[in-house]
Design a protein around this ligand. Structure first.
Ligand SMILES: [Mg+2]
Length: 113
């Protein structure tokens, strides 16, 4: 079975779409899909979101997958090992937000330096 990335690459290759792909347009596409995710929540308070999700959770999931699709594709084209990059960035985040200082708080990391 293909990984998610392999499936995205096959999808692109079968359609000969890589000719249209460059980092700028891929990043724009990622941002547009993130905006489509936002549209589901725009103008709704938490109670309205809770109600909305009862019927539209699958729609929200599709937007998350659209975002993931572009993340995977960008990392592929830029030859970024995403699991490795994820591990590296989370290690940085863990150092920036030490549990003993950040637990239960929402300050920016500069508050903990
Ligand atoms: Mg979408």
């Amino acid at each position: 079975m293909d990984t998610e990335l392999q499936r995205v690459i096959r999808f692109i290759e079968e359609r000969d779409w890589s000719q249209f792909h460059n980092p700028k347009d891929l990043a724009i596409s990622l941002s547009l899909e993130a905006a489509e995710l936002l549209e589901h929540f725009q103008w709704k308070n938490q109670s309205e979101i809770d109600t909305y999700l009862q019927e539209h959770k699958a729609d929200v999931a599709e937007e998350l997958v659209d975002v993931l699709y572009w993340v995977l594709l960008i990392s592929h084209y830029l030859k970024i090992d995403l699991p490795e990059a994820f591990d590296h960035k989370m290690t940085k985040n863990e150092a920036k937000y030490p549990v003993d200082k950040a637990k239960g708080k929402h300050d920016k990391y500069t508050a903990y330096e």
